[in-house]
Design a protein around this ligand. Structure first.
Ligand code: ZN
Length: 185
């Protein structure tokens, strides 16, 4: 007996275990395969109640579109996932909500940056300089730093006012930390 049939059997058992765990999750995973990648972008299974599958769609047109092909989709779904669904209901209700849930949260906030001073206005000023050359951008950044210097702690190296976040991160200001690391090379 070769290993392959055993692996096949294990695969089937795994699949069945998954199915018992949560048939709805399996349905969501196979959704694009069943409706096609384009339709999958505009539809999302919401819930399964009794033998009826509720699906949210991005627009009324997509709800109509998929309603027309629901018989074919039911056959595919029942065959692929060994289910016994009898109907599918498509509606735009719940689309927005389920979309929000699936969107990943931004992992980086400006306020987490060591140079952040708590003033969004300066960020737009800095970003306007990106079209100029790097030196000009650096100069205007320095000017902004100087303009905001009141009340800031001083860098122990160059005695210039420094955002507390930079001192926390590097012990010195951002400029001195760059100088230090380039001296070390
Ligand atoms: Zn410094």
């Amino acid at each position: 007996m070769s290993l392959k049939p055993i692996n096949d059997i294990l695969g089937i058992l795994e699949q069945q275990a998954k199915w018992r765990e949560d048939p709805f999750q399996l349905l969501i995973q196979s959704w694009a395969e069943i409706v096609g990648t384009v339709a999958a972008k505009h539809s999302r299974p919401l819930s399964m109640q009794r033998d009826v599958l509720r699906v949210a769609t991005s627009s009324a047109a997509w709800a109509q579109n998929l309603t027309f092909s629901r018989q074919a989709l039911l056959v595919k779904l029942n065959a692929k996932l060994s289910m016994s669904l009898v109907d599918m209901r498509f509606s735009t209700a719940g689309w927005q909500k389920s979309k929000e849930v699936s969107q990943p949260q931004p992992s980086f906030l400006p306020s987490e940056h060591p140079s952040y001073l708590g003033d969004i206005h300066n960020y737009s000023t800095v970003s306007k300089t990106t079209e100029q050359n790097a030196n000009q951008a650096f100069e205007s950044w320095s000017r902004i730093r100087q303009a905001r210097s009141q009340g800031l702690p001083l860098c122990s190296q160059c005695q210039s006012p420094t955002p507390p976040g930079e001192l926390q991160r590097w012990g010195v200001c951002a400029l001195c930390s760059v100088k230090q690391s380039s001296n070390n090379i």
